[in-house]
Design a protein around this ligand. Sequence first.
Ligand code: AMP
Ligand code: MG
Length: 310
Amino acid sequence: MITSDIQLAADKLSRGGLVAFPTETVYGLGADALDEDAVRRVFALKGRPANNPLIVHVSSIEMAKSLVCNWSKTASLIASRFWPGPLTMVLPKSDRVPGVVTGGGDTVAIRMPDHEIARSLIESFGGPLVGPSANRSGTISPTTAEHVEASLGPDTLVLDAGPCQRGIESTVIRITEAGAEILRPGVTGTNEIEEIISIVQSDHEPPANAPLPSPGMLTKHYAPSSETRLVDDLGEIPGEAVVVCISEPPAGSRAIRMPSDASGYAARLYAALREADAFAPEIILIERPAGKGPIWDAVRDRLRRASAQN
Ligand code: AMP
Ligand code: MG
C-alpha cells in the first residue's frame, strides 16, 4: 500500500511492523532498530543474508550517540560536515544495538538521511530505524514508491515522496584510529572526506573499486534479471539487446538514453535498469561511462555489480 501519512507509518513501526520510506539515496525498508524481531522481519522480507549488516538511520546527533560506545571527536567532525547526507559511518556499537542489526559484529553503521520525510518518520516514531534498500536482496534498488511495491508486493506500506534525488546508495566509511576506510563508494567523495580524516586502506577488504567480493558487499548486486554487460563501444549491437547509453545509439537499436552529467545519471540509473529489464531482452548492454569524479566512480561501482557474473 502506498501512502503519504507519516503518523500511520510511525504507528506501524511502533507495533514492530515494517514501513518503506523515502531518502535522498534510495527508498529504505524501515523497522525499529532496537527490536530484534522487527529487524528479523526485514531480513526475511528482503531475503538478505544474515551476515550483511544494516544501516541505522537517525534524526539527531543525540540519537547517533546512543548507538555507539564512543562518539569520538572524528565522528563528531564528520557528522557536522556531512549530516544530514549520503555518508554512513561505521563505529563501535553500544549494547543497545542488537547483534542481528550488525550481522553479529561489534560495529554499527549509522547515517542521518537528507530527507525531511525520512527524518519526520524517525522523529514521529521516536527512535532509530534500520533502513536497507526496500527491495529483494541483490536486485535493483528502488528509487520510487512504485519500485518498492513492484519488488516487495502490495502488503508493504510505502511512504511516497516521489523519486529519490540522489539515486544511489550512501558512501560507507569505517572510522578507525588510523583513519577512514572506504567500504562502499557513494555520492560523497573521498576528496571531501579527506579534508577531515585521512583515508586508509582496509585490512579486511580489497580497494572499493576492485571487482572482488568483500564481506557484506556481494559482488553481484543491483542486478537486472536479464543478462547485463558493460561495453566500451556501441559498434555491434545484437537485435535482441537493449542499450543503456549516453552517446547516440546505433540506428534501429532499442535504447535508453542517459543524462551526461554524473548527478543526473546517478539519479536515473536504477529506474533505467528497470526499464531495460522490462523489455525482457536477451541482453542489456550498458555503455561504460568515462566521466571523472566521485559520483562517476560510485556509478561505475554499481554498474560493475549490476553486470557481474554469478
Ligand atoms: P544497504 O543496506 O544495501 O545499503 O547496504 C548497507 C551497506 O553497509 C552494506 O554494504 C554493508 O556491508 C555495510 N555495512 C553496514 N553495517 C556495517 C558494519 N557494521 N560494518 C561494515 N559494513 C557495514
Ligand atoms: Mg541494498
